[in-house]
Ligand binder design. Structure first.
Ligand code: SF4
Length: 297
C-alpha cells in the first residue's frame, strides 16, 4: 500500500472502517495459510456412535468438486489492508473477562439476517477459556438453538466421544461456530452471514489463544482458511492460523495450528469415515502430546 493515500481513497477507507466498527468488526488483517506438517497415523474410533442424521452431506459433495477448486485454494493470500483499532477486550488479561466483553459487544445481535429467521437465542460458545484445543463448527442446529450451547445434539454426543477418545474432556476444550445463530432448516450459512459473524469468532480465538484448532466440516474450514477446496485437500495437514487482529509479533502467542476434519453430523451419516476422522484427531493428539485413555478408564 502506498505511504500517501489518495484523499478520496482515504475518505472511503475511513468510511469503511467506521461502518465495520459499527458492525462489531474492529480490525482487518492479512491471513496466511501455509502447510506446516503432514498427517500421521491411522486407527479406528471404536467408541463413536453410528446412527443416522438429518444433516446434509456437504463433505461428500465437496469431495466430488475437488479438482476445480484446487487452484482457488492455492491463491488464498488475501486482504492486505491492515488497520487496527481498539476492541473492548483489548488489554484485558483474564480470558473469562475478555470473552464476557466480546459477548456484551455482540449483544442481541441483529447484524445479519439470521437474527430474523427464527433463532431462539445466540449460541456464543462454550468451554475452557484457556483451552489448548478449540473446535469450530459451522452453526447451531435445533438443539443448540434451544439450549444455547454448541454441539449438544446427537452430533454433539459424537463430538464428545471424539474428545473423550483423545484422552480429554469436553470441559477442557472450547467449542464455537462460524455463525452464532441457527440458519433456518439447518441450511448452510451464507457467505454474508459468515463474514458478518466470524469477526466475533476471531476475537474469541484471539482471547483463548489455543495451540490447535480443529475445523469441523467444509463450511468451517473454508471460512477459517478462506480456501475453496475439497475436504480431501483440506484434511491431513496443519495450517498456520492467526485470527483477525492478533499480531504476528505477539511473543505470547504466535497463532495456532489449524486442522480440518469431518463434521460429526456427517460422520453420523457416513460412519465409514470415522477412521479418517480419527487420523485427523491423532495428528492433533501427537502435536499436543495427548494419549488416548487406557481401556479401563
Ligand atoms: S449469526 Fe452472528 S452476526 Fe448474524 S445475527 Fe447471529 S450473532 Fe449476529
Amino acid at each position: 500500500m502506498p505511504s500517501v493515500l489518495d484523499p478520496d481513497l482515504r475518505r472511503a477507507l475511513a468510511e469503511r472502517v467506521r461502518y465495520c466498527h459499527e458492525m462489531g468488526i474492529y480490525d482487518f488483517y492479512r491471513r496466511e495459510a501455509r502447510v506446516a506438517e503432514s498427517a500421521v497415523g491411522a486407527a479406528e474410533v471404536d467408541d463413536l456412535s453410528s446412527t443416522s442424521s438429518q444433516r446434509r452431506d456437504e463433505e461428500q459433495r465437496e469431495e466430488m468438486s475437488a479438482k476445480k477448486s484446487a487452484a482457488v485454494a492455492k491463491a488464498s493470500s488475501e486482504n492486505l489492508l491492515e488497520v487496527l483499532t481498539p476492541r473492548p477486550e483489548q488489554g484485558v488479561a483474564d480470558p473469562i473477562a475478555a470473552l464476557k466483553l466480546i459477548r456484551e459487544d455482540l449483544g442481541e445481535c441483529i447484524r445479519c439476517k439470521l437474527h430474523k429467521q427464527g433463532r431462539k437465542q445466540i449460541v456464543f460458545g462454550v468451554g475452557n477459556p484457556r483451552a489448548d484445543l478449540m473446535f469450530v463448527g459451522e452453526g447451531p442446529g435445533a438443539d443448540e438453538d434451544t439450549q444455547g450451547e454448541p454441539f449438544v445434539g446427537r452430533a454433539g454426543q459424537l463430538l464428545n466421544n471424539m474428545i473423550k477418545a483423545m484422552g480429554i474432556r469436553r470441559e477442557d476444550v472450547y467449542i464455537a461456530n462460524v455463525v452464532k445463530c441457527r440458519p433456518p432448516g439447518n441450511r448452510t450459512p451464507e457467505r454474508d452471514e459468515c463474514e458478518t459473524c466470524s469477526p466475533f469468532l476471531m476475537r474469541q480465538i484471539s482471547v483463548i489463544k489455543p495451540k490447535v484448532m480443529v475445523a469441523l466440516g467444509a463450511v468451517a474450514a473454508k471460512n477459517l482458511l478462506a480456501m475453496n477446496a475439497s475436504m480431501s485437500e483440506l484434511r491431513g495437514r496443519f495450517y498456520d492460523f492467526l485470527p483477525t487482529g492478533a499480531r504476528s509479533s505477539d511473543p505470547s502467542w504466535p497463532g495456532t495450528k489449524l486442522a480440518v476434519t469431518y463434521h460429526p453430523a456427517f460422520l453420523l451419516r457416513d460412519p465409514r469415515q470415522k477412521g479418517e476422522a480419527w487420523k485427523d484427531l491423532q495428528m492433533v493428539m501427537k502435536y499436543l502430546g495427548l494419549e488416548p485413555p487406557k481401556k479401563s478408564e
